[in-house]
Design a protein around this ligand. Structure first.
Ligand SMILES: *[C@@H]1O[C@H](CO)[C@@H](O)[C@H](O)[C@H]1NC(C)=O
Ligand SMILES: *[C@@H]1O[C@H](CO)[C@@H](O)[C@H](O)[C@H]1NC(C)=O
Length: 748
């Protein structure tokens, strides 16, 4: 749990359980067999594509797969050892094997590799309108709310009876849909939830109900229907809706609150690709690994080959540098930022100072008076607090990463405290979370905490009051990068700028499968959650809207449209800030904050065909076997043109620069007016000369392509900042459009 040492547990309270716990998954198969069965692990076995192509019948394929199992496994036991036979996502299968058995297969002709599966982790009302989506205008009108598009959600399942998944106004599934529904007839699928399958191996055969809540929450963010009068404990009231309320949902359960197994993830991709989804939303991940050894990267590659866009959470491992995951260039990698809504509990001090804080618990009967204010790290931990010290007082606590904030509240309440103020750690900075506290409380920023402590030590009788101001909309500093949002550069692919984009991920109201209280009067249950798990489905919804209005665009084209039109300014027209309240680096925001309306009409796109990734993968230094694990076909890098990562036709740049100049090409496609002219605008990173040739692009047709070259060179004169990284951008501007590409430079 080291990585959470700086206060994450603390702030997240119960909301981040899914993203936080590291689990080792035990399989039900373990107990019921004899003879070393406890040494069985699920292996993912890759094979060479059979001569003469694929098997038409799935029995033939499975029979061929079983022929790879070691002979010492009796044929009567083979069936129970096989976990999955994959068809679309890879040539191979998942099976329960001992290490020796896995090794034994290596000698077989056609065997490529066998690796133990990895375990991955699960990492809204107002957010659509914050994104500029309104019922009768703009993109929702233009894209018909995403009608006809199918969003596959790979998560912890769903509660299909939640009002957010009602199918009022929904047409039947499109003809291409061939997926299954594992709910029974009375309690399950509809024209909203058109498919639902359980790939969570711990509960196979059970319908894919969502016990934890994460899956219902993310699915409703992407495509929840309109639900009036949504709220959480009376706060954030309004009509709840997903980003693409007209889109269909296909649910693939791959996770429990204990994690998500690699073999299950691959099986869900395998099914989703065959079923006919258009967009896949995957709020699941792990730390960076090479793409050939990453179930999500491998599954996503098979998906984009079929024209399916895959949107993934960047991870909650920030603000540490190089913490971003799900960074394959064929994935849309999404970081998280705030929205302009807060559920305010402001702190007033006896000296007149006032600080904004947040709390989901908004007591209506809390008196506006000042109480004595006390601070000691010992006052907020069970066992070290003295009733005499805190009774009748407002207690200031630090978020310390050991005890959750809400648990500190319990301690303070039990000891007779009147209220609690929680100050953030330095690392969490300005990120405050509206939590369901057990006593009147306010969560304030690190800098507010410092001021409050300074006040306490400046006077012999410090006092404080808390004012519960309810839901406030219009916070001008939004969007602001949240401290936990994972940061680039990517370890797996430093030559691709990641994350790609940021979107809403803080205090997001969305569907919840269970009442928050036993005595909740209503079945309309919603919950506020925070995480890149929440920002990812926002982008999945945006991708569905764009897909609906541009059905012929490739996943790379949709990604490019989202990235080149992103916002880099906040609501008060200043650069987007991070949790330190300084301008966020491009390793935090990528191309910037999603602007759905502009993304639907980008003017130019940077397209990439699936085969274009092959020279990129060879250029990453992967050998032929490793490239083949991703591309599902035999590749000989010696016969391919291998390219540096930054030569991929990506809508952003991340380059390493020594004394020698580096030159790259990009090809843009005109998707705006047939006749249009673009001029390049360059903001060169400090210490770098950037030259673009030609500097004007003139188009006469729609879908016409033009290529330009860009050269990066260290400035001979000018600024040498001594920094390791520098950032800038280049932007193609016409009378009506602009397409911006951020540039990150690493000096080597
Ligand atoms: C269908 O599923 C629901 C929810 O699990 C259950 O309550 C109901 O008994 C099931 N109906 C049948 C006919 O199995
Ligand atoms: C690629 O590298 C892996 C791991 O080092 C190795 O097992 C495999 O044999 C290599 N393949 C080729 C074709 O060199």
């Amino acid at each position: 749990m080291e990585k959470w040492g700086w206060g994450v547990l603390q702030i997240m309270g119960v909301l981040f359980l899914f993203a936080l716990f590291f689990m080792s998954k035990s399989s039900p198969a373990i107990a019921c067999d004899q003879g070393g069965e406890s040494r069985l692990k699920t292996y993912i076995v890759h094979l060479k594509e059979p001569e003469g192509g694929v098997f038409a019948e799935s029995e033939n394929l499975e029979g061929w797969y079983k022929s790879f199992l070691p002979a010492r496994i009796a044929s009567s036991k083979q069936q129970e050892r096989m976990v999955y036979s994959y068809r679309n996502v890879l040539t191979g299968f998942a099976a329960r094997l001992t290490e020796e058995e896995a090794k034994e297969m290596e000698a077989k002709e056609g065997f490529v590799s066998a690796r133990p599966e990895k375990i991955y982790h699960l990492h809204t009302t107002h957010s659509p309108s914050f994104l500029g989506l309104h019922k009768r205008s703009g993109l929702w009108k233009g894209s018909n709310l995403g009608k006809g598009v199918i969003i596959g959600v790979m998560d912890s399942g769903i509660l299909p009876s939640h009002p957010s998944f009602g199918d009022e106004g929904m047409p039947p599934p499109p003809a291409k849909w061939t997926g299954l529904c594992e709910f029974n007839k009375s309690g399950g699928c509809s024209n909203k939830v058109i498919g639902a399958r359980n790939f969570e191996s711990g509960s196979k055969g059970m319908p894919p109900f969502d016990e934890g809540g994460h899956g219902s929450h993310t699915a409703s963010i992407a495509a929840g229907n309109f639900v009036k009068h949504a709220n959480v404990l009376g706060n954030a009231k309004g009509t709840a809706a997903g980003v693409a309320p007209g889109a269909h949902l296909a649910i693939y359960k791959i996770c429990t609150d204990e994690g998500c197994a690699g073999a299950d993830i691959l099986a869900a991709f395998d099914a989703a690709i065959a079923d006919g989804v258009d967009v896949l939303s995957v709020s699941v991940g792990q730390k960076s690994t090479p793409f050939y050894d990453d179930a999500i990267a491998v599954g996503a590659f098979a998906a984009i080959r079929k024209g399916i866009l895959v949107s993934c959470s960047a991870g909650n491992y920030g603000p540490t540098s190089a913490s971003v995951g799900n960074a394959a260039p064929w994935i849309l990698t999404v970081g998280a930022s705030t929205i302009d809504r807060s559920i305010r509990a402001s702190v007033k001090l006896g000296n007149g100072e006032k600080f904004d804080g947040e709390s989901l618990f908004q007591p209506s009967d809390y008196p506006p008076e000042f109480f004595p204010l006390v601070y000691s790290p010992y006052f907020c931990s069970a066992g070290t607090v003295n009733v005499a010290d805190v009774e009748g007082k407002v207690v200031l606590c630090d978020s310390d990463g050991k005890t959750s904030i809400t648990d500190k509240g319990r301690v303070v309440k039990q000891a007779g405290g009147v209220a609690m103020i929680v100050a953030n750690s330095d690392l969490a900075g300005s990120t405050t979370i509206a939590l369901e506290h057990v006593l009147p409380a306010s969560h304030v920023s690190y800098s507010a905490g410092l001021s409050i402590k300074a006040y306490i030590s400046s006077t012999s009788h410090p006092t404080a009051s808390i004012a519960f101001e309810g839901t406030i909309i219009g916070e001008p500093s939004a969007p602001e990068v949240i401290f936990f949002s994972a940061r680039g550069p990517s370890l797996a692919t430093p030559g691709i700028l990641k994350p790609d984009i940021i979107g809403p991920g803080m205090n997001i109201l969305a569907a919840w499968p269970t009442p928050l209280h036993n005595n909740s009067p209503s079945k309309l249950t919603f919950n506020l959650l925070s995480g890149t798990s929440m920002s990812c489905p926002h982008l999945s919804g945006v991708a569905a809207l764009i897909k609906s209005s541009h059905p012929d665009w490739s996943p790379a084209a949709i990604k490019s449209a989202i990235m080149t039109t992103a916002d880099i300014l906040n609501l008060k027209d200043s650069p987007i800030l991070d949790q330190t309240e300084h301008p966020a680096s491009i390793f935090a925001i990528g191309a910037g904050h999603v602007n759905p309306l502009r993304a639907n009409d980008p003017g130019l796109i940077y397209d990439i065909q699936p085969d274009d990734y092959i020279p990129y993968l060879c250029g990453l230094g992967y050998n032929d076997t490793q490239v083949g694990l991703i591309t599902l076909r035999t590749v000989r890098c010696s016969e391919e043109s291998s390219i540096p990562e930054a030569q991929l036709n990506y809508p952003s740049f991340s380059i390493a620069l020594r004394s020698k100049a580096r030159r790259f090409q990009r090809t843009v496609t005109n998707v705006g007016k047939p006749t249009s002219s673009y001029t390049v605008h360059i903001a060169a990173p400090p210490g770098v000369d950037v030259t673009v040739k030609p500097h004007k692009l003139h188009f006469t047709k729609r879908n016409q392509k033009k290529t330009y070259t860009v050269t990066f060179k260290r400035s001979s004169s000018g600024v040498i900042t001594g920094e390791q990284y520098a950032q800038g951008f280049l932007k193609w501007v016409s009378a009506t459009h602009s397409a911006r590409s951020p540039i990150a430079v690493k000096f080597e």
